[in-house]
Design a protein around this ligand. Structure first.
Ligand code: HEM
Length: 483
């Protein structure tokens, strides 16, 4: 059998396989295992470092939980493709959501429910529908432009402003609700979500579920936030149903994701109801806010540190867009160098640097027997920054996404190794929307402004902080109006 092949039951029965217990593992403590060696917000870096010491496959123990870490990109890609049959999201993820009082949407769902929800969500991301949502995205981009014009000469908290941009965009698209945090500065639902999303990450990783026995004030606050968000989402679903009743053309031409998902759920054989719709509204917000904002922030930091690339990007963008050129999905998708810069930034700074999955049946990865139920953490960024796979891998070099050489091999291999949106049947359904958002924000920035400075308070590269997604810490940006 070839290495990295996912084998069938009969195949692995007859082969000489390594068992999980045969794999190397960093030394830990009794009961706690490696828990004390891992800081939640540096989990990915710790796993990446261990993968350099222990190789492509190793074990980690966090309390009672035993994990298999897979750093080899080919093996990980095969696992990602072996879904939903061979691997699923972890059972614990859905449990954590339910225990917090949240509906499980597409990200946490498994089995038949996932299949049905995936169809519904994909209907919402149909390109014709995304085109209909696009004017709302332009409106939010104009607001970001106004906000940044008012901030000329001052230090902009980059990540916070980009979060406002993605929150306003996704909330507009997901609910059809104009929250406008860019102009009003605050939004009640968003304030609750800001408590909920980090809690999902923290509770999912916790060694001891203390909140089952006693609740801290922060847990009570969390419960209140969950209750309020659930009521708000229920209200949005009701309002959207009412709109569809009043304006039947919204069945054919939905103006936001929520309407599109309701329409898909209402198809006779969908097997879905308003609870599934509500769970997915929340999922869109969770999956679509930090991911896109952090990806833009990392891209900007990398461009600032690589002035030749920034210069080339400015030339491309300013050559195609005059100040009065209206944004369109077509003209944004004609920017090849911007596309390359985005891909290159996501290779070096994937905002989801690891992904936990669970084996749904006995299987084989590489030469290792994986028993049913094994939790596997795949690492997206071991091979994608390794010179053995990508020449000058540490270098921010957008050109590598453009120059095909004689055979087109170079670009194809980097595409296979860097998988910032995942792969296989559960690949990120929001990826085109996210790329569009990244492009429109970059075009606005580069046509209206010159970047004066991007830095962190200590002058070092921004620190990677993992809390559901990998955020850059402390990035400030100063802008000048373009002459
Ligand atoms: C730069 C931005 C983004 C990045 C890097 C990103 C990355 C990812 C990754 C790595 C996954 C897991 C894929 C897998 O299991 O193979 C995922 C799943 C998902 N993403 Fe994204 N994402 C982004 C933006 C968005 C946006 C804007 C939305 C929606 C508005 C979204 C919605 C989802 C959903 C619903 C899933 C779960 C899919 C499933 O399990 O079937 N994402 N994303």
């Amino acid at each position: 059998m070839e290495t990295n092949e996912v084998a069938t039951q009969s195949e692995f029965a007859s082969t000489n396989l390594r068992q999980l217990a045969d794999l190397p593992a960093p030394k830990g403590l009794p009961f706690l295992g490696n828990a004390l060696q891992i800081k939640g917000h540096r989990l990915h870096q710790q796993f990446e470092q261990w993968s350099r010491e222990y190789g492509s496959y190793f074990r980690v123990k966090i309390g009672a939980r035993k994990l298999l870490i897979v750093a080899d990109h080919q093996a990980f890609a095969k696992i990602l493709r072996d879904r939903p049959d061979g691997f699923s999201r972890t059972v614990k993820l859905a449990e954590t959501w339910r225990e917090m009082g949240l509906q499980v949407g597409l990200f946490g769902a498994n089995g038949e429910v996932w299949k049905r929800q995936r169809r519904m969500v994909m209907a919402g991301f149909d390109p014709a529908h995304v085109k209909a949502y696009f004017p709302a995205m332009c409106k939010v981009t104009d607001r970001l432009e106004s906000r940044w014009k008012k901030s000329i000469g001052t230090e902009i908290d980059l990540q916070a402003d980009l979060m406002r941009f993605t929150v306003d965009t996704i909330t507009g698209l997901a609910f059809g609700h104009d929250v406008n945090t860019l102009e009003s500065g605050d939004d009640v639902i968003q304030r609750h979500l800001d408590k909920i999303f980090p809690a999902v990450f923290k509770r999912n990783l916790a060694v001891f579920k203390y909140w089952k026995y006693f609740r801290l004030p922060s847990d009570r606050e969390l419960e209140r936030s969950v209750a309020e968000v659930n009521v708000a989402i229920e209200g949005f679903v009701k309002q959207a149903r009412e709109r569809i009743k009043q304006v039947p053309t919204l069945r054919e031409n939905p103006t936001n994701l929520l309407e599109a998902m309701i329409n898909a759920a209402d198809l006779g054989d969908s097997g879905l109801n308003d609870t599934d719709v509500a769970g997915n509204v929340l999922t869109m917000l969770l999956a679509g806010e930090d991911t896109t904002a952090n990806s833009i922030a990392w891209l900007l930091e990398l461009l600032w540190k690589n002035p030749a690339a920034l210069q080339q990007l400015q030339e491309e963008v300013r050559g195609k867009f005059a100040l009065d050129t209206p944004y369109s999905t077509e003209n944004l998708n004609e920017l090849d160098y911007l596309d390359a810069c985005i891909n290159e930034a996501m290779r070096l700074k994937p905002v989801a640097p690891l992904l936990p999955l669970q084996a749904t049946k006995d299987t084989v990865i590489g030469d290792i027997h994986i028993p049913t139920g094994t939790i596997v953490f795949g690492l997206f960024r071991r091979d994608s920054v390794d010179d053995n796979f990508i020449p000058n891998a540490a270098q921010f070099d957008p050109q590598r996404w453009l120059s095909n050489g004689e055979t087109g091999q170079a670009i194809n291999s980097v595409k296979r190794i860097s998988m910032p949106f995942g792969a296989g049947p559960r690949i990120c359904p929001g990826r085109y929307l996210a790329l569009l958002e990244m492009k429109i924000a970059m075009v606005m920035l580069l046509t209206r402004f010159d970047i004066d400075n991007i830095s962190t308070p200590n002058g070092q590269d921004a620190e990677e902080h993992l809390a559901f997604t990998m955020a850059p810490l402390g990035l400030k940006m100063r802008l000048k109006l373009r002459n």
